[in-house]
Ligand binder design. Structure first.
Ligand code: ZN
Length: 456
């Protein structure tokens, strides 16, 4: 028995347990999980002591925006922030970059931009747009982990939303391929209706958060979820609702799951940790779509996480240059919608979860295992298990820190969490057995790999 590295701790989170253990690593994989003192005598040891050792986080919802809008974020900055936040694997969204990842050629442009610039492992979503049904198979064969579509204008002109008729055709094709379709589930009808109603009462103040909130009603999500459920039932396509925020749609989703439909749901830290009541006027760093809703709504999302109806918490890290957030005018209606939080997902979720009595094993399910399952990486990533990639995060759940731009490795530091005191300090991140972050330190060169279907 030999090992390149042993990582041991009093608190190792495995699928079965939270217990003292030593993790034996060889050639980037976990070869054994043994007793705390049970390891080859000549192996180098990283002793995490009382800190928690958890699987490296998997974040399946990240907008890196490169190529084409690299001034918004980029592979190097995003993946360094990921490593600093305990994330070992992230999956990049197919839009906000130019070209959008809707053709095999666009995927090649992505790969060219990513190669040599990734500090953690990176996979890709492809896009479903009205004009690319013929590209779905070649994109899937080229290695994307699944597909994303929008049911409402996406905010960028190169990524069109799909109507029900397009979506139906795409669902049949994805069912044939065995690919998952992830859906931005808001419909334009209720949003248009809400905006008309708002304008009827004179011109609403665009600096007020309530103006923006009222313009993106739950009804837009509820009707979109109903459409997704209907198409899921009709086509058998595996479907997933991204960044779910409406509590009213939860019973329909519960019913769909009971019926056995292949449908899953994610939410994000901002829907769980922030509340509409607390968003100051003009504070456009809180703007995202669907919007952060009221506290009661968020408690229902927590309950849905607790029962397993919502399976995972992913970041939806979607930054932009600070000037696009219109901080000077504070105009919610004109500001770019998107929240920066890639590096903070672990402490944000943990701080809110521990106060509600959730365990570290539950946290691991939401942040690691369920996202790995969504993209078909669950036999390799998201768990501390023999044969898996040695992706690990070492962190102290008791230690706290104040969120400050100086700590963030995102390209832009604007985030609604600035000033918050959070529990959970990431001490070190390991990627396939190599240390990629430790207390502010990074290795001299990036070690991340491209994760595609062919490497499964
Ligand atoms: Zn997104």
């Amino acid at each position: 028995m030999s090992a390149d590295l042993v990582i041991r701790s009093q608190k190792v989170v495995t699928p079965e347990d939270l217990a003292p253990a030593s993790i034996h690593i060889q050639d980037g994989r976990i070869t054994a999980i043994a007793g705390f003192d049970d390891y080859p005598p000549d192996a180098p040891v990283f002793d995490a002591g009382n800190s928690v050792v958890m699987p490296g986080l998997v974040d399946t919802h990240v907008h890196i925006n490169e190529p084409g809008r690299t001034e918004w974020e980029g592979f190097a900055s995003a993946t360094r922030a990921a490593a600093a936040g305990g994330v070992a694997t992230l999956v990049d969204m197919p839009l906000n970059c130019i070209p959008a990842t809707t053709t095999p050629q666009a995927l090649q442009a992505k790969l060219a931009a990513a190669r040599g610039n990734c500090w953690v492992d990176v996979g890709f979503w492809g896009g479903v747009v009205p004009e690319n049904v013929g590209h779905l198979r070649p994109l899937f064969e080229a290695g994307v982990l699944g597909f994303k579509c929008f049911l409402i204008p996406s905010g960028v002109e190169e990524f069109h939303c799909v109507a029900e008729s397009h979506l139906r055709i795409a669902c049949h094709e994805l069912k044939r391929l065995g690919a998952v379709l992830i859906v931005h589930a808001e419909l334009p009808g209720p949003v248009d209706e809400a905006v008309r109603a708002l304008n009827k009462g004179g011109s609403p103040d665009p600096r007020r958060y309530s103006t923006f909130l009222n313009s993106r009603p739950q009804k837009a999500e509820n009707e979109a979820v109903a459409l997704v459920i209907r198409l899921c039932r009709e086509t058998g396509c595996r479907m997933h609702i991204v960044h779910h925020s409406s509590s009213v749609a939860l019973p329909a989703l519960r019913e769909a799951r009971r019926e056995g439909l292949p449908i899953t749901v994610e939410t994000c830290p901002h829907y769980l940790c922030l509340a509409a009541e607390d968003v100051p006027d003009g504070a456009t760093q809180f703007k995202c779509c669907p919007p952060i809703r009221e506290r009661d709504n968020n408690e229902a999302l927590w309950a849905a996480l607790g029962e397993g109806l919502i399976e995972m918490v992913v970041s939806d890290h979607s930054p932009c240059p600070p000037e696009m957030k219109m901080r000077e005018s504070g105009n919610f209606l004109r500001a770019w919608g998107g929240i920066s939080s890639l590096q903070l997902r672990l402490p944000l979720t943990w701080t809110a979860a521990r106060g509600r009595g959730y365990s570290l094993r539950q946290l691991t399910e939401w942040l690691c295992r369920a996202p790995a399952r969504l993209v078909g990486l669950h036999n390799r990533k998201g768990a501390i298990q023999k044969g898996y990639d040695a992706d690990l995060v070492v962190w102290d759940p008791e230690a706290s820190f104040r969120v400050d731009g100086a700590l963030l490795h995102h390209r832009h530091k604007l985030t609604p969490y600035t000033g918050q005191v959070l529990n959970g300090v990431v001490e070190a991140t390991f990627l396939r057995g190599r240390k990629v972050f430790e207390r502010g330190w990074f290795p001299p060169a990036p070690a991340g790999a491209i994760v595609s279907r062919e490497t499964l």
